[in-house]
Write a protein that binds this ligand. Structure first.
Ligand code: GAP
Length: 520
């Protein structure tokens, strides 16, 4: 088994063991691609939401937030194009009886050529050492050029097939490139068919088709249909944005890789309304801004890359993904889309209501263009967890040899519990003093009090849960009102006056520090 796959399995098990994520309805053997966030998970999720919401809404004078309903009038989805075009092209393998997304099979095949190129680069870099010129190598090496040519040819055919919705051509690509089923290993494929991803249900007791409604597949439409309400009541002037965090639902066929692709998930979306003709400028600005937001977390700049779309969604004229280096490779974490005036125009037509913006300065009316930033909260959660999970050899707390420490190096600002407070032992007034500190700090930080087991085991438990700081109350505390503050990552301890704790810990874990970085 590949090492990364191994780590990913451990990560999934760890997420359950330490109360981050449980499978939904586990006592009934679970429900496919649906998960519950547990006691630690919900805290991490809330902290990610806070970082996003504050950076979008509080840090921008011209962005406001809403929280629209999941159920919407069914015509919304007709207007948005989701009823007719929100489809995945599916293909079945006749031997394994497994179903796949044809586009995913092709993209994964293309990724293999890319990986071959990266391997060549790696080998050459080792061979040539400091003299290695990557640019020159990429431009001249025969094997690299051969693989790059395959990527380019495949990309061209694939993009054209997706644009035209040519399902026969998608199948032909799979056959021509000899793409095999990962389970059966055969090329015995069915035709490619379209499958709509929206879940539907009935509203009220009426069972005829007119009452059919959908669980929203994106939160964005709740923003579009409220564009006029927000613009008028908020007296918003273009350019301005509307942000929202909420659940979305998709009947994903290829549902795997844990919380990467779920059937019920959460999105954090922002629609930025701009003057037509300025959309590419804003598209580029938001691409940069969003990348900066990710990088500010310090999870390694090299773990992000931008990927421009070959296949554009039915509403977009430009789109880029911010991809993250998950344990199973670089995959989409966030999408930045230039959606033109498609959605507002469609809603204007289908509702019969005028949806325009009147510019007082130029005396003109127009339908605004939209640049959207759309990030999956669950994928963001997974990126944080994948980056955080670390196994390392350390000296045992009592100095007797070494042991493997599992530590979640979650950025301190996002950590579920910020501080664990321990009495060194369970007597001599130490628990009382530790609880006093706990009650003092609980207003500012999510704290945990623990007195069970040896101090070393308590530290390890908190390391594995990602708690960035532990405070230990010992006999010296009773004499001089100081405690030890232990850092999760360095495992170093320093002696701090109790009255200084609030200030020192705030500086390390407060989301404000992170928000300040975005302004630098
Ligand atoms: N409003 C635009 C939109 O929904 P999208 O690229 O389909 O665009 C945006 O989705 C983001 O939502 C993705 O980048 C991804 O992070 C997240 N996402 C989409 N489908 C998902 C799923 N099935 N499970 C988890 N996250 C998903």
């Amino acid at each position: 088994m590949a090492k990364q796959e191994d780590i990913f399995k451990k990560l999934v098990a760890h997420a359950k063991e330490y109360g981050f994520i449980f499978q939904s309805s586990e006592i009934y053997d679970g429900l496919g691609a649906v998960y519950d966030y547990a006691q630690k998970g919900v805290e991490l999720k809330n902290n990610i939401k806070e970082y996003w919401w504050k950076s979008m809404v509080y840090m921008h004078e011209n962005i406001v937030g809403i929280d629209s309903a999941i159920f919407m009038h069914p015509t919304v989805w007709k207007a948005s194009g989701h009823v007719d075009a929100f489809n995945d092209p599916l293909i079945d393998n006749k031997d394994s009886k497994k179903r796949y997304r044809a586009d995913v099979l092709i993209e994964e095949h293309r990724e293999k050529y890319q990986q071959k190129i990266e391997k060549e680069v790696e080998k050459a870099a080792q061979r040539f050492g400091e003299k290695f010129d990557k640019e020159q190598f990429l431009a001249t090496n025969a094997r690299v050029l051969e693989n790059q040519q395959k990527i380019d040819e495949l990309t061209e055919r694939y993009a054209s097939a997706m644009q035209k919705g040519d399902l026969d051509e998608l199948r032909q690509i799979i056959l021509d490139y000899e793409i095999t089923d990962p389970v059966s290993g055969t090329k015995n494929w069915t035709d490619v068919r379209q499958f709509n991803l929206m879940f539907d249900t009935k509203l009220g007791s009426v069972t005829d088709d007119a009452a059919k409604i959908y669980l929203r597949p994106e939160t964005a439409q709740g923003i579009f249909v409220n564009y006029l309400n927000v613009q008028k009541t908020g007296r918003m002037k273009i350019p301005f944005g509307i942000a929202q965090i909420g659940k979305a639902f998709r009947n994903e066929i290829v549902a795997r890789q844990f919380i990467f692709r779920m059937r019920e998930f959460e999105q954090m979306e922002m629609q930025f309304f701009v003057k037509p003709g300025t959309e590419m400028e804003w598209f580029n600005a938001w691409r940069e801004k969003r990348l900066r937001w990710h990088k500010a977390l310090g999870m390694g700049d090299g773990n992000y890359r931008l990927h421009d779309h070959d296949k554009l969604a039915h509403y977009a004229n430009a789109a880029t993904d911010i991809e993250y280096n998950f344990p199973f490779g670089f995959k989409e974490l966030e999408g930045i889309h230039s959606r033109t005036d498609f959605d507002l125009k469609q809603h204007q037509e289908f509702s019969g209501k005028k949806i325009q913006y009147f510019d007082n300065e130029t005396n003109e009316s127009y339908i605004p263009y939209v640049v959207e930033t759309s990030i999956g909260l669950d994928r963001m959660f997974l990126s944080v967890l994948s980056h955080a999970y670390t196994e390392e050899e350390v000296v045992k707390e009592d100095g007797s040899g070494s042991e493997t420490r599992v530590v979640l190096r979650i950025p301190a600002f996002l950590a579920p519990v910020k501080l664990a407070i321990f009495p060194l032992i369970k007597k001599d007034g130490l628990p009382e003093k530790a609880r006093e500190i706990y009650h003092q700090l609980k207003y500012n930080f999510n704290c945990e009090y623990e007195e069970k087991d040896t101090i070393g085991r308590r530290y390890r438990r908190q390391d594995a849960a990602g708690t960035p700081y532990c405070i230990t109350v010992d006999h010296q505390t009773l004499q001089d009102n100081t405690v030890t503050l232990r850092d999760r990552d360095t495992m170093l301890q320093e002696r701090i006056a109790i009255e200084q704790l609030d200030k020192i810990v705030s500086g390390k874990v407060n989301i404000r520090t992170l928000l300040n970085k975005l302004e630098e």
